[in-house]
Design a protein around this ligand. Structure first.
Ligand code: IYR
Length: 244
């Protein structure tokens, strides 16, 4: 590896990234027969079809070890140049949850009362959302997801990461699926703007920005969810050629 912001004779050119030569190991892979593949894919889909976004949470605690496993699952996501540009802050401390709720509700009040165009409010109507976010205090865990746009090298220089939005979006999808697989429910909460998360959680402003806040826990015993359906395959996908 050579670090070459200053010209490094081993690298030949001026670079700002540490350069690591490619190194490969054999892929661990086992092919499945088509019928097993179909069954596995169908079971996976059926399980994900049972996932619902929930807005009424129980205050029943969830062990930290479960959250740790879900975060490890999120960390298996593919990422640009394998730079893993995510950071997760898992919060169970009531005092921090309280501060996050207060800040989020202040932003949301402004959103619902002033900022949101009528078209957006109309789109949200079926979900029954408003500026009140009690779940931010009730749910046992909040996971703030941050995008690491840069990393700081030991010499103080900032190293740029690539496809950070895509990478963190995928990791968050894995996280949501992991939480569901663990038998818990979640809510993807995107207060806007959410710079307050950077401040409250003490994250580096020059390197990261908040992506979203995942609320995680058990559903309240009387939780209700919007009566919605999901798009059919033909609406979300195109096959070329159309049939085989
Ligand atoms: N952030 C607001 C509004 C909101 C926006 C979308 I897009 C949603 O799918 C749901 C809510 C809120 O959390 O209420």
């Amino acid at each position: 590896m050579c670090l070459a912001a200053a010209r490094d004779p081993q690298c030949g050119t001026t670079r700002s990234h540490p350069v690591t030569e490619p190194r490969f190991v054999p892929l661990s892979y086992e092919a499945l027969p088509a019928d097993v593949m179909r069954t596995r894919a169908a079971e996976f889909e059926a399980n994900l079809q049972r996932r619902r976004t929930v807005r009424q949470f129980s205050d029943q605690p969830v062990p930290r070890s479960v959250i740790e496993r879900c975060l490890l699952a999120a960390g298996t996501a593919p990422s640009g140049a394998h730079q893993q540009p995510w950071h997760f802050v898992a919060i169970s401390a009531p005092s921090i949850k309280q501060r996050i709720r207060a800040a989020a509700e202040a932003e949301e009040r402004h959103f619902y009362q002033h900022r949101a165009p009528q078209e957006w409010l109309d789109a949200l109507r079926p979900l029954g959302t408003d500026e009140h976010k009690p779940y931010l205090e009730i749910a046992p865990w909040l996971i703030a997801v941050f995008i690491r746009r840069f990393t700081r090298l030991p010499d103080g220089r900032k190293l740029k990461h690539y496809y950070t939005d895509e990478s963190v979006g995928i990791a968050t999808g894995f996280l949501i699926a992991a939480v569901h697989a663990a038998g818990l429910v979640s809510l993807t909460h995107t207060p806007s703007p959410m710079g307050f998360l950077t401040d409250i959680l003490g994250r580096p402003k020059d390197l990261e920005r908040p992506f979203l806040l995942l609320v995680v826990g058990y559903p309240a015993s009387d939780a209700r969810v919007p009566d919605i359906t999901r798009k059919q395959l033909a609406e979300i996908a195109t096959f070329l050629p159309p049939s085989s």
